[in-house]
Design a protein around this ligand. Structure first.
Ligand code: GRF
Length: 232
């Protein structure tokens, strides 16, 4: 993987965001940009569902949108090739998968290595895939959380930049866990994009470096919203 081919300290980070549904993480990015916290411009919000609320949120914010229907394509590879060709036209520095519910073909990912991140509702490498909140409860875990990781060909398994954690209570349901975790997801995603925009993060084939020093473990989101190294 390579780090973004730009000088992020001196310019606004151009984003393309992929969403399939509600779009609360997208909204968190929009709100943080508007509040002056994030030096980003969201150039495109794209997805696989024309009726996704995320696309309406983007339209409301004056952001260009694109919805492509997978059923209109002969194969997953053809759909992904067209989608990522459109994404490339928006010239993003960073692609953010924020609730994008499709597996992406390795072929289209390759050119974006180190420039595409995903937010996932578990403490990866635990619980890649779906139903993470239920799986945490089934396992009796005392702790749950969310991860922001760089995307590779393996589902939810690229190098993790940072995580936010919550404690699992005795009377928890998958719904309460999801609701409580979501606001931490928003803070985590904003902080990760902020850090990437600052130019401090480098993603390579060997992993992630922060300020030139390899990350031996994912950063942790503090209560005050800042990302901290933790001892490995
Ligand atoms: C979030 O839980 C995210 O971690 C997962 O899908 C959900 C998307 O929520 N990948 P939203 O569409 O951002 O509200």
């Amino acid at each position: 993987m390579q780090s973004p081919a730009r000088n992020p300290r001196s310019s606004t980070l151009r984003l393309a965001v992929l969403c399939s549904g509600r779009g609360s993480n997208l909204q968190a990015l929009i709100d943080a940009q508007r509040a002056g916290r994030l030096a980003i411009s969201i150039e495109l919000v794209a997805g696989d569902k024309a009726l996704a609320p995320a696309l309406r949120r983007a339209e409301d914010a004056g952001i260009a949108t694109l919805a492509l229907a997978p059923k209109s394509y002969a194969s997953r590879a053809a759909f992904d090739a067209d989608l990522f060709a459109h994404i490339a036209q928006s010239k993003p520095d960073l692609i953010v998968l924020a609730g994008y519910m499709r597996i992406v073909s390795p072929d289209v990912l390759a050119p974006w290595a180190g420039r595409i991140i995903n937010i996932h509702p578990s403490l990866l490498p635990k619980y890649p895939g779906l139903h993470t909140h239920q799986r945490v409860l089934d396992a009796g875990d005392a702790e749950h959380g969310a991860s922001v990781h760089f995307v590779t060909a393996e589902l939810d398994q690229g190098p993790t930049l940072a995580q936010a954690t919550i404690t699992v209570s005795a009377d928890e349901t998958p719904e309460t866990l999801a609701t409580r975790l979501l606001e931490h997801e928003h803070d985590l995603l904003i902080s990760c994009v902020e850090m990437i925009a600052s130019g401090r993060v480098t993603a390579t084939a060997n992993g992630i470096a922060l300020d030139g020093t390899p990350l031996s473990a994912p950063l942790r989101l503090d209560a005050d919203g800042s990302l901290q190294r933790i001892a490995s």
